[in-house]
Design a protein. Sequence first.
Length: 503
Amino acid sequence: SPGLEARERPRLEPRESPGLEPRERPRLEARERPRLEPREWPGAEAEAREWQGAEAEARDRQDGAYFHSYSDVSIHEEMIADTARTGCYRRALQQGSRRREAARPGPQPGAGVGLLRGRTVLDVGAGTGILSVFCAQAGAARVYAAEASVVMAERAREVVEANGLSGRISVLRGRVEEARLPERVDAIVSEWMGYGLMYESMLRSVLHARDHWLKPGGLLFPCQAELFIAPVSDPALQERLSFWAGVKEQHGVDMSCMAAFARRCLMNDEMAVGALHGEDVLARPSMFATINLYTVTEQQLGRLGGLFTTSSFGIATMHAFAIWFSVIFPTSARSDSASDNHAATSTVDGRQASRHNDDGQFENSANSDGRRASTAFASSVPSAYTVNPTASSHRTVTANGGNIQIFNRCADDHVAFDAHADEREPVVLSTSPFAEETHWKQSLLYLDEPVQVFQDTVIKGKITLTPAEDNPRHLRVALIYEIGDSGKQTKIFKMGEDFSSYD
């Protein structure tokens, strides 16, 4: 089973952080805290303040360790070396900027004028500062690069100076929640996506910046996210599960009895991160949630999910469900009438789903390919394609008038990336197994044991993503599913252990 790298799953042994509560210790929810009036219990207010102070201190320690984890060069090397990711951001930020035309007033440029030319930009979580440099190269008048890691803020300054952009890029050391900008900005850029989209929970910082520093009608890069799920087979896992059966032939000792133990260890409740290929996907993917970054609230991010239903292509061994995401970048001033209707939606087979029950009941539905783009996206852009150039995506959407055309990228209608395409076409960064591999790969939710599926076996369920209660930067996934007539199963997955302490 692919393990999580340093960025993917920072670990903490209890002995390394004696100040943190053990994870097993029950925590009081807000509604469980004593709410006695001072006259009934004179010490109630003081105890409540102490409780809140301890919780805030724990959050500060967690955030500090998280920011510190980005002080090593390896993670930045991995991200910048991800050509699909870095190239996509560069294209989205600089589209149109190579043509020389005078900048026009207002947030929407004329034909051939870059979106950021003459604008002010806030880069949330700037890291090395590469996205800030992209913005300045695209003609941005001023860029504020906010970076909470002390080490990386210094590195970002060095990068800015090395590129001769100190006059236009200001590096702000510290959390964006504590930043004080001299002005509101025309655009916010951030690479906030984590494994399974929501791991590390950086999107909340972007929303804070949006609410405090983005001008009305300003742009967000990216502006929308979509989440997908599909049943998959994992060849790497299968090889490990089969290992014990071959020990006798190689070493003369029968160790086949270890197979059950290996299955319990490997197919556990931890979300794994691994790279799959299109042939490992056993049924059409389903889009189960979309996020409109212009309107979504932090409260809505606390519970993302939806229903899904699909049918297997043929006979195969199913090991897991895989989840992945796509993000979409703007090409012009947003159309509020089109995009502000739904901040965060769950979907059933590509349609908005608001009827699922909290008890985990789900229902069958037709059109189970999950390839349809959200209405808000499709109604406000002329076309979209996956920017990852070396492989085809699981879907491409174009809008011709009011007609949405969907092309199945699981079939043979491959479309190569066109470097000479209209630069104002929307850019989509996909982490699909049908697209070029990214450092996010796919997030795997393993079943308790492999399951055989056949042609047209119905696979349906409900998935919910929430922040971990003890550390909101970590991710918890509740999965209720049914494979054929095997009956309903429930499994809770986790991603992220306690961050280690540091000096």
